[in-house]
Design a protein around this ligand. Structure first.
Ligand SMILES: [Zn+2]
Length: 98
């Protein structure tokens, strides 16, 4: 298990959540910046922020930052009690929330 606080460069976290690059979109992009698909959704990260935290393409499932990289990092650092088991992320839906 990797506490977010120890994940200082945020790279592993973005990799695990399939977040593309460091560019951020304050408003939901109308087209997927990666594949051009025109249906974008939002992903909320419970315990960190109410409302969309990432934008997600409904076709290629790539995710994009809503907030700047440094703000994202600050917000995750504040969520001290939150942790993710990056190795079990594929089966996280099988477990109870922490
Ligand atoms: Zn896409």
């Amino acid at each position: 298990m990797i506490p977010i606080l120890e994940n200082t460069d945020l790279q592993d976290f973005c990799l695990a959540f399939n977040v593309q690059g460091r560019k951020n979109w304050e408003e939901k992009p109308s087209l997927c910046p990666l594949c051009g698909h025109d249906k974008m959704g939002a992903v909320e990260l419970l315990g960190v922020k109410i409302g969309p935290f990432f934008w997600e393409c409904e076709k290629c499932f790539s995710r994009f930052l809503r907030y700047s990289y440094s703000k994202t990092k600050r917000m995750l650092t504040k969520a001290e009690d939150l942790w993710y088991d990056l190795e079990k992320l594929d089966t996280i839906w099988l477990e109870l929330p922490n």
